[in-house]
Design a binder for this molecule. Sequence first.
Ligand code: NAP
Ligand code: ZN
Ligand code: ZN
Length: 351
Amino acid sequence: MAFKAAAYAAQSGTSPLAPFTIDRRDPGPNDVQMEILYCGVCHSDLHSARGEWEFIQFPVVPGHEIVGKVTKIGANVKKFKVGDRSAVGCLVDSCRGCGNCERGLEQYCQKGFTLTYASPDVHFPGKMTYGGYSKAITVDERFVLKVPNSLDLAAAAPLLCAGITTYSPLKHWGATKGKKVGVVGLGGLGHMGVKFAHAFGCHTVLFTTSESKIADGKRLGADEVVISKNADAMNKHAGSFDFILNTVAASHNLDAYTNLLRLDGTLCLVGAPEHPHPSPSVWPLLFQRRSIAGSAIGGLPETQEMLDFCAKHNIVSDIEMIPMQKINEAYERMLKSDVKYRFVIDMASLK
Ligand code: NAP
Ligand code: ZN
Ligand code: ZN
């Protein structure tokens, strides 16, 4: 059985987001149905809605930074009761049986995970999953997170993607006290990366193309801010970083950053631009045994760990709330790097 939910969708890569009605399933035994109160706006939503990624099929209802409250639960649900604060990130299912799923690394499921939007939906054969730009969603409880009470719900929404996508690689590559860590790009992901690197005790350096973001970078936790277009300022940091997290949403020259790594340092890419980066030179990599790596979101256990860490350290996203109807304008501003530092949609605006 299914019910109708109001949503916003892109019908093609060239049409703006507009009202759309979708089917959601009634909760099965293991499902949680939630009312979506807020949904963050990720640059991945824009890449998807504009058809910049090959695998995208239309219509697309974007949104994978979903928070709200539980409205119904299935008979077997243990973690949630009606009225609880709940959240859904980028994944709504995975095989659950492969080695990576068993380790709680559902984002690296060897049989293929189900993305919150734009994945084939087993519950509605022939259709794709629809994301959080809507009033309601039904998800298996394994893929639903608990939002600690102390966190402002709207400002917690971006933690579900921007938060975990930066927390996970910083943890994996050992960003701890005494390490020199760079974060490239002060957008949704970047501002969370700066907050986490600072909270982990790293010497945190922000690289930005926007002179106007220097003061904000420091306020958010950067010890130093470097304007990445200034070659002299970049060269001063040559060979000094343990780890650099690159969140930039457009293709650019990676050598500028690999040259800044020390022996065995890693440049980790999380930005997923439409067009490939120019091929990196091998020399900076082999002379100091440096690595270029990538990282995708985070698994469910680590996402809950990150939310609990945020509650303990009083960390949320810096947000600008928008009504659903302003989403196309928000995308245009995102393309101009004019986001401080995450748009969040107030779903009360969607009737
Ligand atoms: P965003 O809010 O638009 O931030 C991107 C930032 O990159 C901008 O604010 C800007 O920062 C910088 N930038 C933009 N264009 C640039 C250019 N041409 N050259 C240099 N810097 C530029 O985007 P976001 O939501 O943080 O997402 C960032 C990227 O991560 C997107 O590609 C998104 O799809 C991807 N993503 C990946 C994962 C994953 O699992 N790996 C998860 C979520 C998102 P400054 O103004 O400071 O320069
Ligand atoms: Zn995202
Ligand atoms: Zn799996």
